[in-house]
Structure formats: structure tokens, C-alpha cells
Design a protein around this ligand. Structure first.
Ligand code: FES
Length: 166
């Protein structure tokens, strides 16, 4: 259950939107921030806030890949697997990040710090291969940069990996 203050803030956001659907991503992201992922409870709360059915929220949630309908690590590492990044070595980058974290794409580190997810275009097609951790975007990522990027983020990603398969 979300705190009353967050509920009021989200109600105000929905009220200021032209249609409730316009506020849907904002509401889902805030609930995701609160719970860590968009739980079933959050889907019901989002539906109540937006005046939609839980099924309608579910449909929206599954459309946006930055909305997580299952538990994820504290930091989600997205590696772009769209065409421009693929042409610039995105597949190799994904394999490298997976190896560095000791998990497969789709998996999470045993300490719950990182989840690795391939994703569609991050809007940095001219600077591929691209990846994102949390809200931070990185372009022209090399294997050497991966170490630095992971070091710059919380967690012990550069320690010998431990694995938790999904
Ligand atoms: S194709 Fe990777 S950022 Fe656009």
C-alpha cells in the first residue's frame, strides 16, 4: 500500500493530465519506484488512480519495457539489442556485461543488486553500442568501459561473479 502523500501526489498528476492514460506511465513508474517493481498490488493501485481496469493497466505495463512486472535488482542494466547497436557489436557487449555480472540476460545477481535485460532502441543509435543503468545512458561502450561503468554504480560488480539463474 502506498503512503497517503504519494497517493495524493499521483492523484494530482492524473487530475492535471488531459486523459488518465496520458499519466499512466508516470503513475506506473512512481509505483515501481516505491515497490521496486510493478507488483500486482501496484497494478490495482494504478488502476484505481487512473480510473482504468487492472487489465488495462496490465496491457500498458507489458507494452513498456522499462516497467517491470517481476522483481528486478536494485539497478537494471539495459543493453540495446536493436539494429544499429547490433551492427556496432551490441551482441558482444551484452555477452560481456553478462559475463562480468556472472548472470545470463534476464537474470539477476545473487546479491539482488543488478538485473540484466536486453532492450529495444535507447535513442543513441549514432553512438552504439549503447547501454543504460538506472537512468544513466552510456554510448560507444567498449569492454574496458563496462568495468568502469559497473564500478561507478553501487554493488560489487567487479568482484568474482556469483550466479542466480532465473
Ligand atoms: S539501436 Fe541502439 S540505441 Fe538505437
Amino acid at each position: 500500500m502506498i503512503p497517503e502523500s504519494l497517493k495524493k501526489e499521483l492523484q494530482a498528476r492524473v487530475a492535471s493530465a488531459i486523459t488518465s492514460r496520458e499519466a499512466a506511465v508516470d503513475v506506473m513508474k512512481e509505483l515501481q519506484r516505491h515497490y521496486g517493481w510493478l507488483t500486482d498490488e501496484a497494478v490495482v493501485e494504478a488502476a484505481e488512480l487512473l480510473g482504468l481496469s487492472p487489465l488495462q493497466v496490465e496491457e500498458l505495463a507489458t507494452f513498456y519495457e522499462m516497467i517491470y512486472r517481476r522483481p528486478v535488482g536494485e539497478k537494471v542494466v539495459h543493453v540495446c539489442d536493436s539494429i544499429s547497436c547490433w551492427a556496432m557489436g551490441g551482441e558482444t557487449l551484452l555477452a560481456h556485461v553478462a559475463g562480468r555480472l556472472g548472470i545470463k540476460p534476464g537474470g539477476s545477481t545473487a546479491d539482488g543488486m543488478f538485473t540484466l535485460l536486453p532492450c529495444a532502441c535507447l535513442g543513441m543509435c549514432g553512438d552504439g553500442p549503447a547501454m543504460m543503468i538506472g537512468e544513466a545512458l552510456y554510448g560507444r561502450v567498449t569492454p574496458e568501459m563496462v568495468v568502469e561503468i559497473l564500478k561507478a554504480n553501487p554493488g560489487d560488480a567487479c568482484a568474482p561473479p556469483t550466479t542466480k539463474e532465473e
